[in-house]
Write a protein that binds this ligand. Structure first.
Ligand SMILES: Nc1nc2c(c(=O)[nH]1)N[C@H]1C(S)=C(S)[C@@H](COP(=O)(O)OP(=O)(O)OC[C@H]3O[C@@H](n4cnc5c(N)ncnc54)[C@H](O)[C@@H]3O)O[C@H]1N2
Ligand code: MOO
Length: 408
C-alpha cells in the first residue's frame, strides 16, 4: 500500500512511453493501408504530376500573347490544333497561335497558360478571340507542382488517411511498409461483475468496462481481444494476465487497481516474471488508482473500475500510449474547442482534474456546462461532449472563463 501514495503526474506517466518500443513492421497492399501507420519515409520516385497540365477546358496559349486582352479589345489568335488527352502533343506552338485543350491535357511546348473557354469566342475553325488575359501558369499545374522527384512526401510515423493512401497510389506504390496493428487485451475483474447477457442478481452489475474500453481501442484503429470477467482471485487473475500477455501487445485490466482488500492487480502484476510496476497512482481525478507495469517488453495497465474513471484514463493516458506502440511519429494533437464556462468549478491543487462538460451554442459563443455526478455514474459521460482540463497549479476555474474543452 505504501507506493499507492507515490502518485505520478499525468505528464510523468506519458513520458514513460520512451520505455516501450513501437510495433514491428510489415508490408501491406495499398488497398489495405488506410488507418495504418507508415513505417518508413516515402520518397517521390519522380515529379508529380510529371508534366504541365491544364486545370480548365479552353485554349493553351503563350500568356504574353493575351496581355491587354479584354471584352472591348480581344486578342485574336490562330487555332493550331487540339491536344488529345493522354498524349504528348507532337508540335510546338507558333507565335500568335492557340491550341484547344481539355482539363488534364498536357500543355504543348511554347504554351504556359490556359484561357478558359468562357473567355473566348471561336470566329471560325481557324481562329479564336480571347477576352481575358492570363498570367503565366494560370489554369495550369506545373510538372512538379505537387512534389518533386526525391522529395520525402510522407514521413515514417504518419497515419495513413484517405489522402495519404491516394498520394501513395498516385506515385505508383502498390504496397506500403506499415507498423503491425497492435492487439490490446482487455480483462474485467470483480466478483460483482457479470456478463452482459445475464440478469443481474442484487449486488451484481453487468460488465460495462470491457465494452467501453474496447470502443476507445477501436477508435484508435487497434485490435481488441476481450478476455471476459475474472473473479477477485489472484490465481485466476494471474492466469488471465499470462494468457493475455502471450497473445497481445498491451493488456488492460479494469477494476481491482485500488488498495481494497480484494484489489489484487498490483500484487498479481508484481509477481509475474520480468515485470516491474512503473506507476501506482496518478495525480488526476477521476483516475487516481491507475497502475502501469512493464511485463517483458509490454505495457500492462490497471485501470480504476469506476466506469467514468476508466474512460477518462483511457482517453487521456492509455490511448496516447497506444499511439506510441502503433508507431506514430509524434503524439497526436488533442482536439480542443474554446468554450465559456457556465459556473465556477473547484479543483484541488496538486491534482489534475478532468471535468465532464456539455457544450451548447449560446448567444456569445459556445458554452461549457459542467455535468455533475460521481465517477460511477455512466450518465455523466453520456451527457458530456468533452472534458475540461484543470491543471495541477489551479484551485479551480471561474464562471465566464474561456476554456479549452477536450472533445470526447
Ligand atoms: N479507501 C479508498 N478507497 C478507494 C479509493 C481510495 O483512494 N481509498 N479510491 C477510489 C477511487 S477514486 C476509485 S476510481 C476506485 C477504484 O477502485 P478499483 O480500481 O479497485 O475498482 P473496483 O473496486 O474493482 O471497482 C470500482 C467500482 O467500479 C465498478 N466496476 C468495476 N468493474 C466494472 C466493470 N467492468 N463494469 C462496470 N462497473 C465496474 C465496481 O463495481 C465498483 O463499483 O476505488 C475507490 N476506493
Ligand atoms: O479516481 Mo476515482 O477514479 O476518482 O473515481
Amino acid at each position: 500500500m505504501s507506493h499507492f501514495f507515490k502518485v505520478k503526474t499525468l505528464d510523468d506517466v506519458l513520458s514513460m512511453t520512451r520505455n516501450f518500443d513501437p510495433a514491428d513492421t510489415e508490408r501491406v497492399d495499398i488497398s489495405d493501408a488506410f488507418s495504418r501507420i507508415l513505417a518508413q519515409n516515402l520518397t517521390a520516385p519522380g515529379d508529380m504530376p510529371g508534366f504541365r497540365r491544364a486545370t480548365m477546358d479552353g485554349f493553351a496559349v503563350n500568356a504574353a500573347a493575351t496581355f491587354g486582352a479584354s471584352e472591348s479589345t480581344p486578342a485574336w489568335l490562330e487555332i493550331q490544333g487540339t491536344v488529345l488527352m493522354g498524349q504528348v502533343p507532337d508540335f510546338e506552338l507558333g507565335p500568335g497561335k492557340a491550341v484547344r485543350i481539355s482539363t488534364g491535357g498536357m500543355l504543348p511546348k511554347g504554351t504556359d497558360a490556359v484561357v478558359m473557354v468562357e473567355h473566348t469566342q471561336t470566329i471560325d475553325d481557324a481562329s479564336v478571340e480571347i477576352y481575358k488575359s492570363v498570367a503565366p501558369l494560370q489554369h495550369v499545374i506545373d510538372a512538379n507542382e505537387d512534389f518533386s522527384s526525391g522529395d520525402v512526401v510522407l514521413e515514417a510515423g504518419t497515419f495513413i488517411r484517405p489522402q495519404e493512401a491516394g498520394l501513395a497510389a498516385g506515385l505508383g506504390f502498390t504496397t506500403l511498409p506499415v507498423h503491425r496493428v497492435p492487439k490490446v487485451g482487455i480483462i474485467s475483474t470483480g466478483d460483482e461483475i457479470i456478463p452482459i447477457d445475464q440478469e443481474p442478481a442484487p449486488g451484481r452489475i453487468r460488465d460495462i468496462n470491457s465494452y467501453a474500453l474496447s470502443g476507445f481501442v477501436q477508435e484508435a484503429h487497434a485490435k481488441v481481444i476481450r478476455y471476459g470477467i475474472v473473479k477477485d482471485d489472484p490465481d485466476q487473475l494471474r492466469a488471465a494476465c499470462e494468457k493475455a500477455l502471450a497473445q497481445t501487445d498491451m493488456v488492460l485490466i479494469s477494476g481491482g487497481s485500488s488498495v481494497g482488500t480484494r484489489d489484487y492487480t498490483v500484487e498479481v502484476l508484481s509477481a509475474l516474471p520480468d515485470t516491474r510496476i512503473l506507476v501506482h497512482g496518478m495525480s488526476v481525478s477521476p483516475g487516481k488508482p491507475t497502475i502501469l507495469a512493464k511485463s517483458g517488453t509490454k505495457p500492462v495497465w490497471g485501470l480504476p473500475g469506476q466506469v467514468v474513471s476508466a474512460m477518462v484514463v483511457m482517453k487521456m493516458v492509455v490511448i496516447p500510449f497506444l499511439n506510441r506502440i502503433q508507431g506514430y511519429r509524434q503524439p497526436k494533437p488533442v482536439m480542443r474547442v474554446p468554450a465559456i464556462l457556465t459556473r465556477n468549478v473547484a479543483s484541488a491543487q496538486g491534482r489534475r482534474d478532468f471535468v465532464r462538460v456539455m457544450l451548447e451554442n449560446g448567444p456569445e459563443g459556445m458554452t461549457a456546462k459542467p455535468v455533475l455526478g460521481k465517477s460511477g455514474l455512466i450518465r455523466t459521460m453520456i451527457h458530456a461532449d468533452g472534458l475540461l482540463d484543470i491543471g495541477e497549479n489551479l484551485e479551480g476555474l471561474e464562471k465566464h472563463t474561456v476554456t479549452q474543452v477536450i472533445l470526447l
